[in-house]
Design a protein around this ligand. Structure first.
Ligand code: TRP
Length: 331
């Protein structure tokens, strides 16, 4: 039997090239060899967006389109929306009973977000419990492997501890998942910082070629290369970082790097070459995106079938959990 994989993304908006080069490319590979469950975790989004939940549904659709466009195949993996499976909430409640507050209060992501996010009131009960819901997501499917970025490793550690603690009270029911750290190639945004929706520097999967060019053309390059005649250093240039991810032509890359160092090639020409590679990679992805955008019925079918498959597994786990707890039977 293939091992089970679970991962999720919060529906916070359109996905970008950083998501594609990191998580999604890896997820697409995993669906070939594992039993993969990929969830759009809308309850997690609500934890920070509760004051204005109006965008969550629309964002779920955008994430679904970006996933399908990137190559997640509903014939090969289970794609579903977290809130369609009520058992996430139920297991979250069960796990919350055995979760020591200190685990959550000490969680580095919690401490950091409370300090750094000032425009939202995050002093709510559920936000503290973010890792409990995430553990419920994973343990509900008894996932053995969880592909995530380094930023999620503390949550995975709490998930493992939670499984052990639950099992110590109720018997061996929930297997401890392993983290699979996703290799994340460096994808800087147009301003040279990490590509992120919140920095406004992202190139989206859904951007048209001309929208992409409008972002790539003014991109920051090696700041020391002020004039066309100045030699540059590719290792200080965010455009070069993106070449490394999207340009598959080694000879051309060597030419660009040495041309940059000798001032033999200008930044605009280098960016034009990058644009060509981005268009080559994104062509089939955008074609699929357009296809699914025009097929709303197909999207509903995919989510309904995903929820059926996920629900079957989820109900089985919850039955085991309720039995192990030993609640009074309905008869
Ligand atoms: N916390 C993850 C993130 O912000 C999203 C997530 C929720 C998740 N539940 C999950 C990831 C379960 C992996 C497994 O990226």
């Amino acid at each position: 039997m293939a091992q089970r994989v679970f991962s999720g993304m919060r529906p916070t908006g359109k996905l970008h090239l950083g998501h594609l080069a990191g998580a999604l490319t890896n997820w697409v590979k995993l669906q070939e060899n594992y039993k993969c469950f990929y969830s759009i975790v809308d309850w997690h989004a609500l934890m920070s967006e509760y004051a204005d939940s109006s965008m969550i549904a629309e964002n779920c659709k955008e994430v679904l389109l970006d996933w399908l466009a990137s190559g997640l195949d509903p014939e090969k993996c289970v794609i579903f929306v977290q809130s369609h499976i009520p058992q996430h909430a139920e297991l979250h409640l069960a796990l919350s009973m055995v979760t020591p507050l200190g685990w959550l209060q000490r969680c580095p992501t919690y401490k950091e977000q409370i300090l750094n996010i000032q425009n939202k009131d995050l002093s709510n009960y559920a936000f503290l419990g973010y890792p409990v819901l995430m553990a419920a997501d994973i343990l509900l499917y008894k996932a053995e492997i969880v592909p995530v970025g380094e930023d999620q490793s503390a949550h995975l550690e709490i998930t493992r501890e939670m499984a052990r603690r639950f099992n110590s009270f109720f018997g061996n029911i929930l297997p401890e998942p392993q983290i699979m750290l996703t290799p994340t190639p460096k994808v800087p945004g147009t301003d040279g910082r990490k590509m992120s929706k919140s920095y406004g520097n992202a190139i989206n999967i859904a951007d048209t070629p001309s929208e992409m060019w409008n972002k790539i053309r003014p991109m920051i390059t090696d700041p020391a290369r002020e004039r066309r005649t100045d030699p540059g250093d590719p290792e200080k240039c965010p455009v070069w970082d993106i070449h490394k991810v999207f340009n598959n032509n080694e000879d051309e890359k060597n030419e660009i790097a040495s041309g940059c160092r000798s001032a033999g090639i200008g930044c605009v020409d280098c960016k034009k070459k990058l644009q060509a590679h981005v268009e080559r990679v994104m062509g089939p992805i955008q074609e699929r995106r357009t296809f699914y955008e025009k097929s709303p019925d197909l999207l509903s079918d995919i989510l309904r079938e995903g929820a059926e498959k996920a629900g079957e597994v989820a109900r089985r786990t919850i039955d085991e959990v309720i039995n192990a707890i030993g609640f009074f039977k309905r008869g």
